[in-house]
Design a protein around this ligand. Structure first.
Ligand SMILES: Nc1nc2c(c(=O)[nH]1)N[C@H]1C(S)=C(S)[C@@H](COP(=O)(O)O)O[C@H]1N2
Ligand SMILES: [Mo]
Length: 204
């Protein structure tokens, strides 16, 4: 794996790192959770594809990704199963940076994140564009291991952990908001921990 990094542009700190959303408890642990076994990914064939409602489909390989401007963010992580870990740093490329490489069509308001192995999760495009949303290859200064989503995962710290898709391989820009893997099984379409958006409103 080539480890040449693009220019590191600084450390961002999220506000409210030090408080816990309602119904969460604090842990120092970071359990690895996966709905399906971790996929085996060959870095030489790895791609991040942006498709759907875009002017032109974009396919980035590992070296191209690593040469994009890099940042480290400090962010909390809140799992819907109620554990929160507040002290994490993630290094990688902000979605807003990747967004400079393609143009979504005006009707494209939603995104589906697709992972190697078949996992999916949906987010509003405007939420992906927030400056806390990072495609991370490192956690607390070390390369992500395969259980935590290596080589690359999404981290969307303002949402419950299931939105932070591990092993990402594509971003689909969509006109309508479609449910991903857990959203189809009853998890909330938005997943804001500060509003306790855990499950579909009618089954809470
Ligand atoms: N591809 C994929 N990404 C995933 C999951 C998964 O099952 N598959 N689980 C999600 C859930 S529910 C959580 S809480 C976080 C956990 O991240 P971790 O395993 O690194 O702790 O990953 C999320 N991303
Ligand atoms: Mo989770």
């Amino acid at each position: 794996m080539q480890k040449k990094l693009g220019k590191i542009t600084g450390v961002k700190k999220l506000t409210n790192n030090l408080s816990l959303p309602p119904g969460q408890f604090l842990t120092e642990k970071f359990p690895a959770l996966t709905a399906v076994p971790a996929p085996i990914i060959d870095i030489d064939n790895w791609h991040l594809t942006i498709f759907g409602l875009v002017d032109k489909e974009l396919k980035i390989n590992w070296n191209q990704f690593m040469n994009l401007p890099q940042v480290t963010i400090e962010a909390p992580f809140h799992c819907v199963t109620q554990w929160s870990n507040l002290n994490n740093t993630w290094t990688g490329v902000l979605f807003s940076e990747i967004n400079k490489l393609f143009k979504s069509k005006p009707k494209g308001k939603f995104a589906m994140i697709h992972s190697y192995g078949g996992y999916t999760t949906n987010l509003l495009l405007e939420n992906l564009q927030e400056d806390s949303v990072i495609f991370a290859h490192s956690h607390n200064g070390k390369s992500l291991n395969e259980l935590h989503g290596g080589p690359l995962r999404l981290v969307a710290p303002k949402f419950y952990g299931w939105k932070s898709a591990k092993w990402v391989n594509a971003i689909e820009i969509m006109e309508t908001n479609k449910p991903g893997f857990w959203e189809e099984r009853g998890y909330h379409m938005q997943g804001d921990p500060w509003n306790e958006e855990r499950f579909w409103p009618d089954i809470c």
